[in-house]
Design a protein around this ligand. Structure first.
Ligand code: SF4
Length: 429
């Protein structure tokens, strides 16, 4: 907005105040906004046009929520000599990251806002990242750049030597997969003794002072072992338990039949919610996380609705703020060759290579229809997901499962274990 505030009457002021908070997402947004202000659509549009024509408003348009895209706004200020002001503005505006600029009357007379991609955390995973000879070089550089740094490992190579180096390099977290009790884990990993090695790795990492966690991927074969695995985690004093759902992509696709059936999934989550609640009652909150199935947020809301109905509105708001699945938006995968993928399960879709283009440019591009769909609100979901009333919590879940089964990334997620009534659909008769 320009400095010509004397040209704004009370009605203009109320329009600006109301519209800068957003327009309703309805077929006639101006009509709805005007009705809320107490006049009609034509008058609102005429007033907006006049404000723009008179230069009171310099621009009226959308502002992207770059934070939702995993980025940050940065406010910058500089001094531009009066005679070079236009040239400096042109140079600044040539950068696509510049959202807008404005003049100020003191020494730092030109301010502008940058919208930049900013990754907060780096997870080094595999395959097995401890096999990579330059792992510590990469990790040290990531620490220099200020990343929160995690390692995701199968634990079999995680001995005291690696644990000490991981701690010295500044890793914030080491996660190790345990996919069931010893016999189940070894069978799943096709390696006898893998469970014992992984547990030894966890102990070594803990002894080195690292924060450690167990990751269990829920399958038909191990679903009933969840309480025992959690108990083992607690006995060992392990900091975090991560229950991951199955994703059908890559090697995992061949194991699809092992995905925990929906009833088992619900039973596992019922048990986990209740267990964490009981711990909390006893003053041991702990760090319990679930992942790879964003319907968990909705299921948690139903769990809360049964026990603490007074907390539902607050929890719904928190879950919506969290925003559900972040593939292609808040999570990215860069493979060992520098190829960028929408997340770790979409390695068959390459968006560009960081050796050729800056990551921020690759990530911001919506040229790939998959990325355009993942970043859109709402996503172009189909099937049950299209009619679900919890999309704002779940964001359509893990699209790669739908793609693996149907070849259509927007089909309903076959991993959703909520019933039709729970997602707000009419039950077919
Ligand atoms: S129906 Fe789709 S959008 Fe709704 S909770 Fe399930 S996976 Fe999420």
């Amino acid at each position: 907005m320009s400095a010509m505030s004397e040209e704004i009457d009370a009605l203009d002021r109320s329009i600006i105040n109301a519209l800068q908070r957003g327009l309703p997402l309805v077929p006639r947004p101006y009509a709805e906004a005007a009705a809320a202000l107490g006049f009609d659509e034509n008058e609102l549009l005429a007033r907006l046009r006049a404000l723009l024509d008179r230069g009171v408003l310099t621009r009226f348009g959308p502002l992207y929520q770059i934070e939702r895209a995993g980025g940050r706004f940065v406010l910058c200020a500089c001094h531009a000599p009066a005679e070079r002001m236009e040239a400096v503005i042109d140079a600044i505006n040539a950068h696509p990251e510049v959202a807008h600029h404005y003049a100020r009357t003191h020494h730092l007379n030109l301010w502008f806002v940058l919208a930049v991609a900013r990754a907060e955390a780096l997870i080094l995973s595999g395959g097995e990242p401890l096999l990579r000879p330059d792992l510590y070089q990469i990790a040290a550089r990531a620490r220099e750049l200020g990343f929160h740094l995690s390692l995701s490992s199968n634990g079999t190579l995680l001995d005291a030597g690696h644990a000490a180096r991981l701690a010295a390099t500044g890793f914030d977290y080491v996660g190790v997969s345990l996919d069931g009790l010893p016999a189940t884990h070894d069978r799943f990993r096709r390696s006898e003794g893998a469970f014992t090695q992984a547990l030894a790795g966890l102990r070594a990492a803990r002894a080195a002072g690292l924060r450690v966690g167990v990751r269990m991927t829920l399958t038909e074969a191990n679903a009933t072992q969840l309480p025992d695995l959690v108990a083992l985690t607690e006995r060992e004093g392990i900091d975090k338990f991560y229950l991951s759902h199955f994703n059908y992509a890559g090697r995992a696709r061949s194991h699809r039949a092992e995905d925990a059936r929906h009833a088992r999934t619900r039973a596992a989550l019922d048990w986990l919610f209740e267990h964490v609640w009981q711990r909390a009652q006893q003053g041991h909150v702990g760090d319990f996380v679930t992942g790879n199935n964003d319907a968990d947020g909705v299921y948690l809301l139903y769990w809360i609705a049964q026990r603490f109905p007074q907390r539902v509105a607050d929890m719904r708001q928190r879950l919506q703020h969290w925003g559900g699945n972040a593939t292609g938006v808040g999570v990215a995968n860069i493979d060992n060759l520098g190829n960028v993928h929408p997340d770790t399960m979409w390695w068959h879709v390459t968006l560009g290579n960081v050796r050729e283009w800056p990551f921020g440019e690759i990530w911001a591009s919506r040229a790939d229809p998959l990325m355009a769909g993942l970043a859109s609100t709402p996503r172009p979901l189909q099937g049950r997901c299209a009619g679900c009333r919890h999309r704002a919590i779940c964001n359509g879940n893990t699209r790669v499962r739908a793609f693996a089964l149907t070849g259509n990334p927007w089909a309903e997620d076959p991993g959703c274990y909520l019933n039709d009534a729970e997602i707000g659909m009419e039950v077919a008769t």
